[in-house]
Unconditional design. Sequence first.
Length: 341
Amino acid sequence: MDQSQEDILLISESDLRRLALQVLQHLGLSAPHAQAIARIVVAGQRDACQSHGAYRILSAAQTIRTGLVDLQVPPLLQPTQGAITRVDAQRGFSPWALEVGLPPLVAATRKLGMGALVINHCFHFTALWPEVEMLTDEGLAALVMTPSHAWVAPAGGSKGVFGTNPIAFGWPRPGPYPYVFDFATSAIARGDLDLHRRAGTPLPEGVGIDAQGQPSTDPAAVAQGAMRTFGGHKGSALATMVELMAGMLIGDLGSQESMALDAGAGGMPCHGHLVLAFDPKRFAGEDWPGHQARAEALFAAIQGQGARLPSERRYAARALSAQQGIRLPRQLHDEILALLN
Ligand code: NDP
Ligand code: PYC
């Protein structure tokens, strides 16, 4: 999916945010919904996350066309119960609900040592790392997970049961960049499958099967069949955990139910979302700086072998975007602009 220089526009972060806001509001979203979505998708494009950056403006538009998502409804913050902060997104998109739930989550985590933010009834289509970074910025460790649509077969099976069910983890570090990983528990994110389909390029071997259960590298055939979990039975178990923890545990839909709600309309998934936060100063106590230094030694041991840490590619892209502007595929830019017609 490499693109030549002519296919790429350089755009400033503020211009891309302005464009995203204009389009999202034109599509009918209230200003706070549009602003929260714009912040998160622009951050994705700035970090060169092609499947979860500006491309997701098209996903938002497609979801809006289904008529299932509420474009105006404010998230309902419920009274905090111990460690649990709960926000009912009331079938709106998730980013505004996240922003509403974050301050009480941070307060509860500082008070109790750990906290959980449960977002119910949200349409969720973003990357998870921006959510994790909002917590590492507060000096907290974080673990975030969410179901999606049942596109992914269990290891040993051939029919979609799980969502692409991403898990993200963040650890606060001295300096500007936390340790963060963020990945789908499927062998490929659905967003990347879609990008292959749009570009007419084959999928990597081994990520999906067609409707007859045969291995396929044709994105359209795999979209009709099923995607595989990463790491076989291990990814399958992690995907199950996400269904349980961010579905049944929090009293919300899993990926099969989300897909049934969509009923073939082609919108983004609607379900619950779980954000866990941990205060190292409460877990490690006064010795936290010493233990944080031990964590730094671990990272140095990884990098000392020539291996890279997760998110290094993103952070490098972030620095490049700050210097040169954000790289945006011209075709995507034109498709986003066309939403104004
Ligand atoms: P990738 O496989 O691209 O990357 C997974 C993680 O591994 C990243 O943190 C990445 O860091 C890191 N990584 C990649 N290569 C290496 C390497 N060689 N050494 C060390 N670390 C490495 O992610 P996915 O395609 O699985 O997911 C992409 C995005 O899709 C995620 O942001 C996820 O949240 C999102 N998603 C959202 C869903 C939703 O329902 N909302 C569903 C599924 C996915 P780096 O970024 O620096 O390369
Ligand atoms: O890429 O798998 C994905 C995805 C699902 C919902 C949002 N992104």
